[in-house]
Write a protein that binds this ligand. Structure first.
Ligand code: FES
Ligand code: FES
Length: 157
């Protein structure tokens, strides 16, 4: 591979070493090299939020980050947060309230919503809307998504 670079990062708690092309985006790397296809690619311009990931504890746009920039980082994806059950309350609420239709936006939406939950504050509906405003959904009209997030926020201690 021309000008390939070696990277080492932690993905969902497991150390990963790979040789990558310098221009490969982090989401492409996760999907194509590691088979983690839960992170979606929509706009690829940092607008839609379908690619939302967690890097070193903060949510980022995976389409705007190169795999080489994640060298030495701790990356968490929808698969990791599902396996650890961190998302289980949100996933249950999304399911019960029909907060998804095609599901394309859902992984990124859950990652963004969990980020708000982890702040452990009683966010208002307006603040919930603000927090997920970078995550587009073409199907639901957002009402059920905000309902689901609000239910979990108000249910947590
Ligand atoms: S695919 Fe990254 S923001 Fe749309
Ligand atoms: S459920 Fe289809 S884009 Fe959100």
């Amino acid at each position: 591979m021309e000008h390939a670079l070696d990277i080492t990062l932690t993905v969902n708690g497991t150390e990963v070493r790979r040789r990558v092309a310098p221009r490969q985006h982090l989401v492409d790397f996760l999907r194509e090299e590691l088979g983690l296809t839960g992170s979606h690619l929509g706009c690829e311009h940092g607008v839609c939020g379908a690619c939302t990931l967690r890097v070193n504890g903060d949510i980022v746009r995976g389409c705007l980050m190169l795999a080489v920039q994640a060298n030495g980082c701790r990356v968490e994806t929808i698969e990791g947060l599902t396996d650890s059950k961190e998302l289980s309350a949100l996933q249950r609420a999304f399911h019960q309230r029909n907060a998804l239709q095609c599901g394309f936006c859902t992984p990124g939406m859950l990652m963004a919503a969990q980020d708000l939950l982890n702040q452990k504050r009683k966010a208002t509906r307006e603040e919930i809307r603000e927090h997920i405003s970078g995550n587009y959904c073409r199907c639901t009209g957002y009402q059920a998504i905000v309902d689901a997030i609000e239910e979990v926020i108000h249910g947590q201690g």
